[in-house]
Structures are given as structure tokens and as C-alpha cells.
Ligand binder design. Structure first.
Ligand SMILES: [Zn+2]
Ligand SMILES: [Zn+2]
Length: 67
């Protein structure tokens, strides 16, 4: 999959990826391969981290059955 245009983060390098989360075009330098996101989104999820994540233990049995 090829992306045409400049990286929207540095606006200098040619974009290699398109972020599936925010749609930002990112060059190799501003692409987080591990997360499959642009550097901006990768930074956001790393900072936000565990907050807001529902753990299985928080669900009672009825909730689990629906999955
Ligand atoms: Zn860039
Ligand atoms: Zn993004």
C-alpha cells in the first residue's frame, strides 16, 4: 500500500504510511511500527495507557456472557 504526499507531522519527508486512527500521513520517521499508528497517536496511547481500559475482572458474569 503506497501513500502519496508529505508527512503531515514534519512536512518534509515523503509519507510512507497513513494512520488508521487519525488519518495523518506519516513518514518512516514519524511512524510507530509497533503500534501501527502515527507518532502522535502512538504517544497518546502510551501516555493514556491503562486508564479507561476495562479489565475482565471488572465485569460481572452477566456481562461476560454477552460476549
Ligand atoms: Zn515526518
Ligand atoms: Zn494518528
Amino acid at each position: 500500500m503506497s501513500v502519496t504526499g508529505l508527512c503531515q507531522i514534519c512536512e518534509r519527508n515523503e509519507a510512507e504510511h497513513s494512520c488508521p486512527n487519525c488519518g495523518t500521513l506519516a513518514c518512516e520517521e514519524h511512524w510507530d511500527e509497533a503500534n501501527g499508528l502515527c507518532a502522535q497517536c502512538a504517544a497518546t496511547i502510551q501516555r493514556g495507557g491503562d486508564e479507561g481500559t476495562v479489565k475482565p475482572d471488572d465485569l460481572d458474569d452477566d456481562e461476560v456472557m454477552r460476549f
